[in-house]
Design a protein around this ligand. Structure first.
Ligand code: PHE
Length: 448
């Protein structure tokens, strides 16, 4: 006898959980970082365009696949094309989720540590270079960041163990509204700093000369990472969705919310960086070094510092939940493990796999692959290669293997509404496979 499949308790539950998955370190840590390294406004424009042309269409594919089959990312292929190599696309997704969770929890662990640093007033009266030193000491320590990473994973596991409606949905409904409130408070603070305007211009004014092929690949990777696409998170969340829900409306809501948070996070961070004459190109440590420097220079800075890192940790938590759920849903659905056992094992696995990422800022700093420290390597490997590759395979599968007339019908479900269904089907069958294959191949070709 099969147990009754878990389901979301309400439409809003799905929307909150899916936005929770999308909005995370990708928006608040990664987006300002890649915007900073890729010249500002022009990158933002390429990114936004790609959300509509690539992001939303791929998200529709994923949610529809999940809902039509009511299966996890591997189960989808086992059900639709059993015994074919397509099943490996699902396994690739699980692997990507696992790798992302491993380094993601390291960065989220730093964020938890920062909440306590601000509470203790550790940054008070430090100069920017002393703050950089404090960050360097934290991440270079062999033990402390690993403990924070473990704590973060323990929180994630605690929620996933509770299940879909009682754990993921309930907590998303509490954490997401809190996150939006924190964002608004921090924006009001950042935009009223003297000198913030220059940062706003830099973020929003496109300078097309700075766009090249790398920009396009980076923007594509950012779209997949930020919208949680290409590895089955949206397939998994879609599998808990009822046939009556309107998928196009949900996907657009999720994508717009994700975009809004990225832009708002940019509007918190970049103007503040400019107001204090710091460098927007400083890369991954941007928010961990420049922001404390900013917060220490404004009234009530420690308070805003605590708020910001609570915001970041919360956003990271709801995303990590979805990463873990992809693995757990697979093990529960296909291997018939218990949810608790699967969660504990996957969490522990991500913890162990995350240790080299954590140490790559300290004792392993000298070991780089193609110039990347281990953590940056895992980030680039997943965002720029595995996720777009997963997306490519998914659109080919949906458009050509599963596809045909069923495709639009799967999105429509019982709600029966999909105004641009015809255009979408053409995108999924023709434009996306070609464009994704082209970008991936040229992006990975050495020397191009
Ligand atoms: N979208 C999440 C973020 O922006 C990261 C993520 C990627 C989550 C892939 C799930 C799947 O932080």
């Amino acid at each position: 006898m099969e147990k009754k499949k878990e389901q979301w308790g309400s439409r809003l539950g799905f929307i909150f959980a899916a936005i929770g998955s999308a909005v995370g370190l990708g928006n608040i840590w990664r987006f300002p970082t890649v915007v900073g390294q890729n010249g500002g406004g022009a990158f933002v424009l390429v990114y936004l365009g790609m959300v509509f042309v690539v992001g939303i269409p791929v998200m529709l594919v994923e949610i529809a696949l999940g809902r039509a089959t009511q299966r996890n990312v591997v189960g989808v292929f086992k059900k639709l094309r059993p015994g074919t190599p397509w099943v490996r696309v699902g396994v690739l997704g699980v692997a990507a989720g696992f790798i992302i969770l491993s380094f993601y929890s390291v960065i989220a662990g730093w964020s938890l540590a920062y909440i306590f640093k601000f509470l203790q007033g550790d940054f008070l009266h430090l100069s920017p270079s002393e703050i950089a030193q404090t960050f360097g000491d934290l991440v270079a320590s062999p033990v402390t960041p690993i403990l924070w990473q473990g704590l973060f994973l323990a929180l994630t596991m605690g929620i996933v163990i509770l299940g879909v409606a009682r754990g993921i949905e309930r907590w998303s409904k509490v954490l997401m509204p809190m996150l939006f409130m924190l964002l608004l408070i921090l924006i009001a603070r950042s935009l009223t700093l003297d000198g913030a305007r220059e940062g706003v211009y830099w973020l929003l004014r496109p300078d097309f000369a700075s766009i090249n092929f790398d920009t396009v690949l980076t923007a594509l990777g950012q779209v997949f990472f930020s919208l949680s696409l290409g590895m089955g998170a949206m397939i998994t969340y879609g599998s808990y969705l009822s046939r009556r829900e309107d998928i196009p409306k949900s996907a657009i809501t999720i994508a717009l919310a994700d975009m809004a948070v990225a832009i708002l996070a940019g509007l918190i961070i970049i103007p503040a960086v400019f107001a204090f004459g710091l460098d927007p190109e400083s890369g991954p440590p941007l928010i961990y070094i420049t922001l404390p420097a900013v917060f220490q220079n404004i009234p009530l800075g420690s308070f805003f510092g605590v708020l910001f890192f609570v915001l970041l940790s919360t956003a990271a938590l709801t995303s990590a939940i979805s990463l873990l759920e992809v693995v757990v849903a697979y093990w529960v659905g296909e291997l018939k493990w218990s949810r608790t056992g699967a969660t504990l094992l996957a969490g522990l696995g991500a913890f162990v796999l995350g240790i080299p990422s954590s140490l790559s800022n300290g004792v392993l700093a000298d070991y780089t692959v193609a110039g990347f420290p281990f953590l940056d390597l895992m980030d680039a490997l997943t965002a720029n290669i595995l996720l777009p590759l997963g997306g490519l395979l998914l659109v080919v599968f949906a458009g050509w293997v599963w596809g045909g007339k069923e495709l639009v019908a799967a999105v429509e479900g019982e709600a029966g509404r999909f105004p641009l269904g015809g255009v979408w089907a053409v995108l999924v069958r023709w434009l996306l496979p070609l464009a994704l294959a082209y970008i991936l191949l040229s992006g990975l070709w050495p020397g191009s």
